[in-house]
Design a protein around this ligand. Structure first.
Ligand SMILES: [Zn+2]
Length: 276
């Protein structure tokens, strides 16, 4: 069972904006191209004062550090471009290994996302390594509520073929919460998580999208350094040195300095726009 009343806890309040259905057509953008203050509707039609301003990025991650390992560099790109960005951390990430007292993961999370320029974090605090004890709807419901509140244009989530069982289950819930009935979502991507994606068998993660994080790799590594309980000594994949090598290796696959990689779950090019 999850802690009573913990679901949906927000670090920055529960402000919501509704009635943006008429704007859906304005949000069909090139996948992974970043909104900028120069966009004609940026800050104009949308209410920028509330959490639910729409059109930004949503990360759905299972444990504290997955959001950094998988897409910390991309999150920093979104934040740097002024995009609304929300991070969901589904599990508390400490009770299973460290007992009820934990290791203060909640504060590690806040420190980590701050390094990425993100302030909107939703810590759902489901039990760590125990999502298989829940009904899937118990996960879907809070995810759906957040999706409909923040109205993301792009969603990044765990990959369903990882070795970690929580990642499998969260991916199934994320698929439901981001289905095409949510017409403001243009793209859903699954990310690579060091020490989980490559340790699965069969190894089915085949990247189809590379994002250049040369300018934000430092922020990603600084963010990971906040997770003192999750870091390991090199050459473990969750060491800072290995994470840098990993990003550089991914980047070199497409002739850039550093990259994060994704598998496309779905991209929708709306309003008659040609795809990229
Ligand atoms: Zn994880």
């Amino acid at each position: 069972m999850a802690p009573s009343g913990a679901h949906g806890f927000s670090q920055r309040g529960e402000g919501r904006v509704r009635g943006h259905a008429r704007l859906r057509g304005l949000q069909g953008r090139k996948a992974l191209s970043l909104r900028s203050p120069g966009d004609p509707w940026f800050g104009g039609l949308l209410d920028m004062s509330a959490a639910g301003k729409g059109g930004g990025a949503l990360v759905i991650s299972a444990h504290p550090d997955d959001e950094v390992l998988g897409c910390g560099g991309v999150l920093a790109l979104h934040a740097g471009a002024g995009d609304p960005a929300t991070v969901v951390i589904t599990c508390e990430g400490e009770s299973h290994r460290y007992g009820p007292a934990g290791v203060n993961q909640a504060s590690h999370i806040l420190e980590a996302v701050k390094r990425l320029g993100v302030t909107d974090v939703r810590q759902l605090r489901f039990p760590d390594q125990a999502l298989d004890t829940l009904r899937l709807t118990e996960l879907i419901t809070p995810l759906e509520r957040i999706v409909r509140e923040v109205r993301p244009r792009v969603v990044y989530c765990q990959y369903g073929g990882d070795v970690n069982r929580d990642h499998h289950i969260l991916f199934q819930a994320a698929l439901v919460a981001t289905r095409p009935t949510e017409q403001f979502i243009d793209a859903v991507y699954a990310f690579d998580t060091a020490s989980s994606t490559e340790w699965a068998y069969p190894r089915t993660f085949v990247p189809d999208t590379w994002v250049d994080i040369s300018t934000t790799l430092g922020a990603k590594l600084e963010a990971m350094a906040c997770y003192v309980s999750e870091l390991r000594e090199y050459p473990h994949p969750r060491s800072l040195k290995a994470l840098e090598y990993r990003a550089r290796s991914f980047g070199n696959q497409v002739c850039v300095e550093a990259a994060e990689v994704f598998m496309t779950v779905r991209r929708i090019s709306r309003e008659g726009r040609a795809p990229v």
